[in-house]
Write a protein that binds this ligand. Structure first.
Ligand SMILES: N[C@@H](CCC(=O)N[C@@H](CS)C(=O)NCC(=O)O)C(=O)O
Length: 217
């Protein structure tokens, strides 16, 4: 059976779980506790050597033991293998890839870092760093909000892995990030609502074993 390494607060892990559930593929979580993650479990040299040299989750472990990393690669691989959620035709598939890059570089990347710093870091954020990160989150959110103004989904007219990737962190409670989408990003909020009706969607803290942690700051 496929195994997915990750932890409950990891939206990057959730993206992959969302797709596995939408595909109806049997899989098994390999959970790490947030405390172990925060203490550096993925940065341990033995973990890097045995699981992922990049020191990150998610990691999808295949039945033959191979380990696939980077959520964008995992999503693309599974979508190709199953012929689902990858976009229809070459143009849409390229468009899906374009949004996966944007997500990994700007959208999830800044938002996940911001949320971690705001709620889960060992120390309160430096105000200048927080202001910088927040401005980067805002501009990425404005881009996707505008893209969704007259669209139901990110690419084409059906659910794809681009939706799953970009939305991965948006289903966590608003107090973890301080972002109430309805107030400033109505198209993102409406799209998130549509995705909750997608096959396989579930609340991240129910989909993955592990405790919700109250924001520290
Ligand atoms: N681009 C990567 C990002 C993965 C990532 O940043 N994962 C976080 C947890 S959600 C992590 O393991 N971070 C460890 C670190 O940055 O040291 C992906 O999409 O898989």
């Amino acid at each position: 059976m496929l195994k997915l390494h990750g932890f409950a607060q990891s939206g990057n892990t959730f993206k992959v779980a969302f797709l596995l559930r939408a595909l109806g593929v049997p899989w098994q979580p390999v959970p790490m506790s947030f405390a172990d993650f925060a203490a550096g479990a993925t940065r341990d040299p033995r973990w890097r050597e045995g699981v992922n040299e990049m020191g990150e989750v998610p990691v999808l472990e295949l039945e033959d033991g191979r380990k696939i990393t980077q959520s964008g690669v995992i999503l693309t691989m599974l979508a190709e293998q199953h012929g689902k959620f990858g976009g229809n035709g070459e143009d849409e598939r390229r468009e899906v890839l374009r949004w996966l890059f944007y997500d990994n570089h700007k959208f999830t990347s800044y938002f996940a870092t911001w949320r971690f710093m705001k709620s889960f870091a060992a120390k309160p954020a430096d105000p200048a760093v927080a202001a910088f990160l927040k401005s980067r989150v805002d501009s990425a959110f404005f881009v996707v909000d505008k893209h969704l103004v007259a669209r139901e989904y990110i690419v084409g007219d059906a659910l794809t892995i681009a939706d799953m990737s970009l939305s991965g962190y948006l289903f966590y409670p608003a107090d973890e990030s301080g972002y109430v989408l309805e107030e400033r990003f109505p198209n993102l909020a409406a799209w998130r609502g549509r995705l909750k009706a997608a096959p396989g969607w579930g609340d991240p803290y129910e989909v993955w074993p592990g405790e919700r942690i109250a924001p520290k700051w």
